[in-house]
Design a protein around this ligand. Structure first.
Ligand SMILES: Cc1cc2nc3c(=O)[nH]c(=O)nc-3n(C[C@H](O)[C@H](O)[C@H](O)COP(=O)(O)O)c2cc1C
Length: 218
């Protein structure tokens, strides 16, 4: 198996970080990998604000917690479906409260004028706009993993977009798309992530029709 394949299969969400600093050079290296992701029309809408300032990180945590708390409660009570047990949710709760201690809180932004959502007239939630943003994010998650950095991709903070934009002086025409935490992990990367088997999510010719070979891969 290629090292890239191995990195993809073991890049678990990191919930616990050491206080070791992430150098400017290392951060630049990870963000540089991000910009090679594809974007519609090569319009490249993605922007990043890496938050290192302690006071600003505390403000981001304080904005995150009131969104996280009811989500956590609903997830524990089964009112929100999550593919995670109580111990994983508890890890996410610890992570939420310790957020200001993580070396870098990376706010991922996008210039919406540069995305072309081809599905926004279908009378349902648009998903295509994000397709010009998240390939860059996945690139950075993998680049971070390659050098041993832990990351967590989060989106709850986007509910607080006006306050986040004010805090970070993000221009009017730029929106928030995610917040990625970056730091050195306390624990080793997981050996195997929990994902649905290929046979349950990939089909051939018709939705639901078995993909040959899907049961043979692990
Ligand atoms: C689109 C998206 C949004 C997410 N938002 C949050 C979030 O706001 N807070 C959080 O703690 N984790 C968030 N996560 C992390 C997921 O909970 C995590 O990826 C999932 O539990 C699987 O964990 P694993 O990758 O370690 O297997 C998000 C992940 C994705 C892909």
């Amino acid at each position: 198996m290629s090292s890239l394949n191995e990195l993809m299969r073991t890049n678990g969400t990191c919930r616990d970080y050491t206080t070791d600093p992430v150098s400017d050079a290392v951060l630049a290296q990870v963000l540089d990998a991000a910009r090679w992701g594809p974007t519609g029309g090569n319009r490249q809408p993605v922007r990043f604000v890496a938050v290192r300032d302690r006071k600003k990180k505390e403000t981001l945590r304080d904005l995150y917690l009131p969104i996280w708390a009811p989500y956590y409660k609903a997830a524990r009570e089964g009112a929100v479906r999550v593919g995670a047990g109580n111990s994983i949710l508890a890890n996410a709760d610890r992570f939420a409260h310790a957020m200001a201690d993580i070396p870098v809180l990376l706010v991922v932004c996008a210039r919406l004028g540069d995305v072309h959502p081809t599905d926004n007239k279908l009378g349902r939630l648009s998903i295509v706009g994000g397709a010009s943003v998240y390939p860059a994010v996945q690139n950075l998650l993998l680049a971070a993993h390659e050098i041993g950095l832990g990351t967590a991709l989060t989106t709850l903070l986007c509910e607080q977009e006006p306050a986040v934009k004010a805090l970070l002086e993000i221009p009017e025409d730029i929106s928030t798309a995610a917040m990625v935490t970056i730091g050195w992990p306390v624990k080793p990367f997981p050996k195997k992530l929990t994902r649905v088997p290929l046979s349950k999510m990939a089909f051939v010719d018709s939705y639901g029709a078995a993909l040959p070979g899907a049961d043979e891969v692990s």
